[in-house]
Write a protein that binds this ligand. Sequence first.
Ligand code: PMV
Length: 315
Amino acid sequence: MKSKASAPGKVILFGEHFVVYGVKAILCAIDKRITVTAEQIPEDKISIKSNIGKLEIPTNESITEIDSPLKPFCYLASKLIQKYNSKSGINITVESEIPLGVGLGSSSACCVAGAAAISQLFEETSKEKILELAIEAEKTIFQNTSGADCTVCAFGGLMEYDKKKGFSKIDTESNFHLVIVNSNIEHSTDAVVSNVKKFKDSNEEQFLNLCKKESELINKVMKNLKNKDLKELGNMMHKNQEFLETIGISNEKLRQMINVAETIAYGAKITGAGGGGCIIALTDESNLEKTISQLRGKNYDCFSVRIDHKGLDTF
Ligand code: PMV
């Protein structure tokens, strides 16, 4: 028995960091995917093969001891083997189009596609149940995840998220192109988030004011997403980037990438935690190719994506 599932990566369009302090964020699934194939095998082991390495454990191994980015797969496989009292082991193969560790949701896409592929070996499971499992699995490596990434990977499209109200899908036909530029500087989201907390603690009033401004900006973004006014959305990205610069999550390389992108694109900003990782530049058919060639001309690593409307897909 073999089963296959795939899930998209994601970007944060607006609101990273401020979302930690209650401001709304806007996330978008992108059309770069992770595909997970799961297969029952007679041997008593869980075996995982991916482009970041291999891992093999006996089916009864305690997963608390495992120190590997592949841990969520071990959690999922061992949980489901126990739940269904299975006598088989599981082989898992992961294929990825999403660069790792740069804020593009590769681990959430792994958790969502992994939860779906492995569950499907045993029974048909609803998307909601798969999402629940995926978030549990992601918590084995990011304890404080809000679940926002897994949610957008599972359902696709654009989503607003705030800590109090949770998630809701944004109904829009916007179909812009984003150019993702990878600084190839790995970042630790936890470390950047704790630096922002230090900034907040020593600049309470300024930070509060920034949260208010970010919140107002995002309300305007919601209107402009509906009107599909890319020029205005680009200006708003530029404005959001100024706030991110103020809280100290940018650096020289990210600023240079943004400057180059903005000579052609409608706007550009950091996406995700910052400190490294990626920036996104907003374009449409009219300026997409030119933006890419401008960036590649400066030797930046970039590629274009569109909104993924499908989310989790099973085969
Ligand atoms: O680096 P990413 O894409 O995982 O983004 C982290 C987003 C933050 O707002 C910085 C943290 C969070 O938990 O929301």
